[in-house]
Ligand binder design. Structure first.
Ligand code: HEM
Length: 225
């Protein structure tokens, strides 16, 4: 079977994908700790433990990595020349024919539709949903953040912008609640995302998982994908 090599994802897109995966992993582990303190150091009279503060620090570091990476990824999506294929996905997204074909494909009832862009419509809407969740979790994260760092720097700068948002959301306790609930939205997205990626890789037989690592996939010479 003859295959061609097709470039799909730029280096910037791939690096930000994996950076974001690592950030979300760190944020989830440390976030669960902030919700429920599941380990504590042996008690000491000296003020040297600060385990909670250390977890919060790593949470905030990973939080800012997530924010930076998401902004950069958004920039690539909108403006990068090599990422043009991502933008073309919008044409597939607004095509009812592609929607029907894609759903039939997932139900083992038909062939994969011919796509103009990088993502099929279900993928596209899932990623828009993910961006919406990352946006809300980042914003609520920043509202929580400024309360620990309003003495100077970025915390002080953001403080006056975040306080009205905090009030709109119903106070700090509600902000924490929203932040926590959105985490579960992301945690539900993840296994579906991984299942779909594996499904497409196995069923499509064109190394679509390779594309997010090396940038290239290997469709058949006359492939419709
Ligand atoms: C995937 C992304 C994220 C996840 C899964 C996540 C998860 C969590 C969870 C579960 C909590 C505890 C809330 C509670 O139950 O009381 C929390 C608290 C917090 N998060 Fe996030 N978070 C994320 C992103 C961010 C971002 C982007 C920031 C911004 C820097 C941030 C800053 C904070 C802060 C400051 C707290 C409060 C810590 C405290 O009160 O001691 N988080 N996060």
């Amino acid at each position: 079977m003859k295959r061609k090599i097709e470039f799909e994802f730029s280096a910037g897109l791939r690096i930000t994908h994996w950076l974001r995966a690592i950030a979300i992993f760190v944020l989830t582990v440390t976030g669960f700790y902030l919700t429920y303190v599941f380990i504590a150091p042996a008690p000491s009279d000296e003020p040297v433990l600060f385990l909670n503060a250390k977890f919060r620090m790593w949470h905030e570091i990973a939080g800012f990595v997530l924010i930076a990476v998401s902004l950069f990824k958004l920039y690539l999506f909108l403006f990068d020349r090599i990422s043009g294929k991502e933008r073309l996905s919008f044409l597939d997204f607004i095509s009812p024919k592609v929607w029907f074909q894609q759903i039939k494909y997932y139900l083992f009832m038909g062939e994969h539709p011919h796509l103009r862009g990088a993502y099929n419509p279900l993928q596209f809407i899932a990623y828009v949903g993910l961006y919406a969740m990352v946006f809300v979790i980042s914003l609520t994260g920043l509202v929580l953040y400024v309360h620990g760092y309003q003495g100077g720097g970025l915390g002080l700068f953001l403080y006056d912008y975040m306080r009205p948002l905090e009030a709109m959301m119903g106070g700090l306790a509600m902000v924490r609640e929203i932040h926590h609930i959105v985490m579960w939205g992301i945690l539900i997205f993840l296994p579906i995302h991984i299942y779909m990626a594996i499904f497409n890789s196995i069923m499509g037989k064109e190394g679509s998982m390779d594309a997010i690592i090396s940038g290239y996939k290997f469709p058949e010479q006359n492939s419709k994908h």
